[in-house]
Design a protein around this ligand. Structure first.
Ligand code: PHE
Length: 498
C-alpha cells in the first residue's frame, strides 16, 4: 500500500529512516514551523509507523558553592594565592588569617590543593605552591563553566566536583525520542489544506479544496489546567448536603477570643485543651462582648452553675484569660456566636452549619494536621435525643457513600452525652474517627437563653476526604501532596446509597 504523506511527514519519516532514532528537538529542527512537525509526528505515531520513547537525561546545574567558585574563586585558590608569596609550614597554617577564607575552611582548602597537585610539602613541612597552579585551576574553572552552560562533561571529570558539597545539583530532564517502526512506501500528497479559513468560506473556495482528514475521536494531549481541589470539591458537596436539608450557614473569624472558643461553651479555664500544646495563642488579647449581662451569665455558670442546677466549676472565672486571642480550635466557636445571635423564634427550632478552617497545635501525621476543616452543625428542637443525633449522622454520611459507621461514647466538656462516630475505610481495612457529637449541656445553653434540646456535631473534612477519595491525606493536601494525583484524580460520584 502506498501511503499519502504530507511533506512534513515525509521529512520526519526520512530523518528517522536515516538515523533510526531522533530526539524531539532534532525533529523539530527540521522545519521552522514546529507545529507542522508536531502534527506529522502525531500522524506517523498514530499510523503505527514510529514509536515514541520517553527518556530521562541527567544533567547538572551549579549549586551555590559551585556558583561562588565560578564568580569568585575556588577555596583552594584563595589558599594558594596567599601561600604563593609566603613561606609557611603546615602547622602554622591553622593560625593564619587568610583573606576570604574562613578558618574552618582552611583544612578543606588545604586538602583540595594537595589532591589537585597545586602544592607540595617539603621535608621541613614547608608548603610550596607549584608554579602551574593557576593553569590547573583555570582548567577546573573551564570545566565548571561548561557545566554552567549546560555542556556535558564526562563522568570522571564530574566526579571531583560531585564530591564537593553544594557544587553541582543533579537534575533530570524528561524528553521524548522517536524510533522508526515500519518501512512504508509513500508518496507525498501535498496541497491538502489543514485549516478552514473565513476567506475560504467567503469565496466558497472550500468547495474545491482538499482538506486533510482529522481524527475527531482522538483525545488531545493532557493539559495541566486548573481544576477543583478534591477538598474544595468535598466542602462544596457537604455544603450542598446541608443546604438541601434546610440548614443555614454560619461564619465566624479564624482569630477568636478564648471566650468564644472556650468559655462560652462551658470549657473550664483549667481544661487541659487550653494548654499551649493544643491551642495556638496569639500575643495580643482581644475584647469581650460588650454585653455585660452575657459575661455575667457565662461567668456565673462557670463559678456556680448559675440557674442551671449545676454547681459549676467552683473557681474564680478570670476575664483576662477569656480575652486571650487564639486561632480557633473548632467551629463550635461559630455555633456559640450564632446561639448569641438567634432570634426568639429560632431558639425554639433552628438548623445551622459551618464548614471552615480550624487550627490545632498538633504534630502532623497520617490522620492529623495542624490546620484542617471542620463541618459542624446543630439542630435545636423539641425532645431531640441521642438516637436522633446518631440517625442524623448515619443519614448524612450515607450521602457520601459511607454506610459502615459505628459509634462509641466520648467526652466533651460541653455535651452530655457525647458520641464519636467512625467510618470504615475499605482500603486500609480500618476504622477512622470522623465525627464528634453530642447534646449540649444546660450549662452551655442557659447563658444563651436556649431552653430546647440542641444536638450538635463537628466532623473533620480531611478525614472524610480520605474515605471518599481512598487516599491518604498527605497526598491530598499539605507540603507533600501528590501533584500527579491532584492533576489526575477523578471526581467521585458521591451519591447516597439507595
Ligand atoms: N467541637 C467538637 C470538636 O472539635 C465537635 C463538636 C461540636 C462536638 C458540637 C459536639 C458538639 O471535635
Amino acid at each position: 500500500m502506498v501511503l499519502n504523506f504530507s511533506e512534513s511527514e515525509a521529512r520526519v519519516y526520512e530523518y528517522l529512516k536515516k538515523n533510526k532514532e531522533a530526539s524531539i528537538d532534532q525533529l523539530l529542527a527540521l522545519d521552522q514551523q514546529q507545529d507542522k512537525i508536531r502534527r506529522a509526528i502525531e500522524t506517523l505515531k498514530y499510523n503505527g509507523l514510529i514509536e515514541e520513547l520517553a527518556t530521562a537525561t541527567t544533567f547538572y546545574e551549579l549549586g551555590n558553592e559551585g556558583k561562588d567558585a565560578l564568580e569568585n574563586c575556588f577555596l583552594e585558590e584563595r589558599l594558594c594565592d596567599y601561600l604563593a608569596t609566603r613561606e609557611i609550614t603546615v602547622s602554622e597554617l591553622n593560625t593564619k588569617d587568610i583573606p576570604n577564607l574562613k578558618r574552618e575552611d582552611i583544612p578543606l582548602a588545604f586538602g583540595l590543593a594537595k589532591k589537585l597537585g597545586l602544592i607540595e610539602i617539603s621535608e621541613s613541612n614547608l608548603i610550596k605552591v607549584n608554579s602551574d597552579y593557576k593553569d590547573k585551576l583555570n582548567r577546573q574553572r573551564q570545566m565548571l563553566e561548561a557545566v554552567a552552560e549546560g555542556g556535558n562533561l564526562q563522568q570522571t571529570q564530574l566526579e571531583d566536583f560531585l564530591k564537593r558539597k553544594g557544587f553541582l545539583i543533579k537534575k533530570e530532564k524528561q524528553s521524548k525520542k522517536y524510533k522508526l517502526l515500519e518501512i512504508a512506501s509513500y508518496q507525498v500528497a501535498e496541497g491538502k489544506e489543514l485549516y478552514l479559513t473565513p476567506d475560504m468560506l467567503k469565496s466558497q473556495d472550500y468547495l474545491k479544496l482538499d482538506f486533510k482528514a482529522f481524527d475527531v475521536e482522538k483525545l488531545p494531549a493532557p493539559k495541566d489546567i486548573g481544576r477543583v481541589h478534591p477538598l474544595r470539591h468535598l466542602c462544596r458537596k457537604i455544603r450542598e448536603a446541608y443546604l438541601e436539608m434546610g440548614f443555614k450557614e454560619m461564619k465566624a473569624p479564624y482569630v477568636e477570643t478564648s471566650f468564644w472558643n472556650m468559655d462560652a461553651m462551658f470549657i473550664s479555664q483549667m481544661h487541659p485543651a487550653r494548654d499551649i500544646q493544643d491551642t495556638f495563642y496569639l500575643k495580643k488579647s482581644g475584647e469581650l462582648p460588650k454585653d455585660r449581662d452575657l459575661i455575667f451569665r457565662v461567668s456565673e455558670t462557670h463559678k456556680n452553675g448559675w440557674i442551671t442546677g449545676s454547681c459549676g466549676y467552683q473557681y474564680d472565672w478570670d476575664e483576662e484569660l477569656a480575652k486571650k486571642l487564639v486561632l480557633r480550635t473548632h467551629t463550635t466557636a461559630a455555633t456559640f456566636r450564632t446561639f448569641y445571635e438567634l432570634c426568639e423564634e429560632e431558639k425554639e427550632g433552628a438548623k445551622y452549619f459551618c464548614i471552615d478552617k480550624v487550627f490545632r497545635n498538633e504534630t502532623s501525621d497520617y490522620t492529623h494536621l495542624s490546620e484542617f476543616h471542620q463541618a459542624e452543625g446543630f439542630i435545636i428542637g423539641d425532645e431531640l435525643s441521642l438516637s436522633d443525633l446518631m440517625a442524623f449522622i448515619k443519614e448524612f454520611l450515607k450521602k457520601f457513600g459511607l454506610t459502615k459507621v459505628r459509634f462509641k461514647p466520648t467526652y466533651n466538656p460541653y455535651t452530655e452525652p457525647s458520641v464519636e462516630a467512625s467510618g470504615y475505610n475499605e482500603k486500609t481495612k480500618s476504622w477512622i474517627e470522623l465525627i464528634n457529637a453530642g447534646i449540649f449541656r444546660p450549662e452551655a445553653l442557659a447563658p444563651f437563653r436556649i431552653k430546647k434540646t440542641v444536638i450538635a456535631w463537628g466532623f473533620g473534612v480531611e478525614r472524610l476526604a480520605m474515605l471518599v477519595y481512598q487516599h491518604p491525606i498527605k497526598d491530598i493536601h499539605g507540603n507533600d501532596a501528590s501533584l500527579d494525583w491532584l492533576r489526575s484524580y477523578t471526581i467521585p460520584k458521591i451519591e447516597a446509597e439507595k
